[in-house]
Design a protein around this ligand. Structure first.
Ligand SMILES: Nc1nc2c(ncn2[C@@H]2O[C@H](COP(=O)(O)OP(=O)(O)OP(=O)(O)O)[C@@H](O)[C@H]2O)c(=O)[nH]1
Ligand SMILES: [Mg+2]
Length: 393
């Protein structure tokens, strides 16, 4: 009894909106609305602008947040000479709605922030990261103020922190924290004309270290909810922590997808697979698959990064989804007794608040819900095993 209440507590916030909707509308209307909500998440675009002085490490950062190294296929070109003259778009390797823009360097000369923002088409971007590998300069502040005026989000990123740490490490009384604090204070001092600047110290060569995780948490707090989802979904997999976070975001879509599949209008026939909309289920799983880095392309990228053969990484996957996501796999998983018999009707009425009278449709929804939840767990377990083999867990 207690455990049921516990489940009820946990899910109630996620399905409260759905429950309200069900009370007011028909199963078809509910399905349609949930489908639209799902599409809104799926189609959300995220455009990230990376800017800063020549040589600040923009292109390297663009590559790093796409999980690429500078010499990988599809990487933004980097070299010592100034090489990025126009905004260049780099789509995420597997989630094309997320785009990272490598903007031209802002230069050292007399700089007109307003003209620059017009030239790079300010409105395209959801937020700006202003990078510098040394002291932030007057031009960085000018740019930030112009962005602020346009009510856009921006953050300062001090790059190549690994170099700073390395340079200091052979001094006596070396202390990581002190070096970082000194750099941080210095950045804030140079940027004080922009108000309370948010500065993150990072190394594109070691994203797991320094302030990168804090930068991501800050973006999670400050971006609108759909954009936040797109961001987290797109990040390269570096740790089990990041995997768990991604999983949490997808968990929020599980009820929405279950109702959006049209299962509410279906009376289940024992022994037969449900005639619901597999499109939305496939779409859900395909996104999870890519986001967790389990597709061929992501595995190939990871393989290059951690220097392990693709086949070794792939061999770590043992779930029903190990060879990919398709309708056959879904039907096969759906047919499993543990999915179909997952819930009794009493449990259902606890799960699906307010629709006790639609018990038949509710059973179908709950079955799909379980399929989604189980699939999500299976994929997360596969991803954990891949991370372990990649020595990232
Ligand atoms: N150690 C270290 N080197 C870095 C890092 N980020 C960039 N670099 C190096 O710094 C140099 C310049 O990096 P880029 O990414 O090309 O810089 P950029 O800002 O794109 O330069 P432009 O396109 O000319 O404006 C390259 O040699 C990179 O390998 C970092 O986090 N750590
Ligand atoms: Mg560049």
């Amino acid at each position: 009894m207690e455990s049921h209440n516990h489940i009820y507590e946990n899910i109630s916030s996620e399905i409260k909106e759905i429950a309200d909707l069900i009370k007011k509308s028909s199963p078809n209307e509910t399905t349609q609305k949930m489908k639209t909500n799902f599409e809104d998440y799926k189609n959300v675009t995220l455009n990230i602008a990376i800017t800063g002085m020549t040589g600040a490490g923009k292109s390297t950062f663009v590559n790093a947040i796409r999980g690429l190294r500078n010499d990988d296929e599809g990487a933004a070109p980097t070299d010592a000479v100034e090489c990025t003259k126009y905004p260049t778009v780099y789509p995420h390797p597997t989630l094309p709605n997320v785009k990272i823009w490598d903007l031209p360097g802002i230069g050292t000369e007399q700089f007109k922030a307003k003209t620059y923002l017009k030239e790079v088409q300010l409105d395209t971007y959801d937020f700006f990261l202003i990078l510098s590998s040394e002291r932030f300069k007057e031009n960085d502040s000018k740019l930030a103020k112009a962005i602020k005026k346009k009510k856009k989000l921006f953050y300062f990123v001090r790059t190549k922190i690994d170099n700073d740490i390395h340079a200091e490490s052979n001094k006596s009384y070396f202390n990581d924290e002190k070096v970082l604090q000194r750099i941080r204070d210095d950045c804030i001092k140079n940027l004080k004309s922009t108000g309370k600047p948010k500065v993150f110290l990072i190394s594109s060569l070691h994203l797991g270290k320094y302030d990168y995780p804090k930068l991501i948490r800050t973006l999670e707090d400050e971006l609108p909810k759909h954009k936040r989802f797109a961001l987290i979904q797109s990040l390269p997999m570096n740790s089990v922590d990041e995997l768990e976070r991604k999983k949490k975001y997808f968990q929020k879509l599980v009820w929405m997808s279950a109702f959006g599949s049209g299962a509410l209008a279906i009376i289940p026939v024992p022994g037969f697979s449900l005639a619901c909309d597999y499109g939305i289920l496939l779409s859900f799983f395909e996104n999870v698959y890519k986001s967790f880095g389990l597709d061929n392309k992501s595995l190939a990228i990871l393989s290059a990064r951690v220097n392990k053969p693709v086949d070794t990484l792939r061999a770590a996957m043992i779930s029903p989804f190990k060879d990919g996501v398709n309708e056959d796999v879904l039907v096969r998983v759906l047919a499993r007794r543990d999915v179909v018999a997952a819930l009794t009707v009493q449990e259902l009425s606890r799960f699906i608040v307010g629709i006790g009278s639609l018990a038949a449709g509710a059973i179908s929804v709950a079955t799909i819900y379980h399929l989604l939840k189980k699939g999500l767990n299976d994929m997360a377990e596969d991803a954990k095993r891949v991370l372990t083999v990649a020595e990232l867990a």
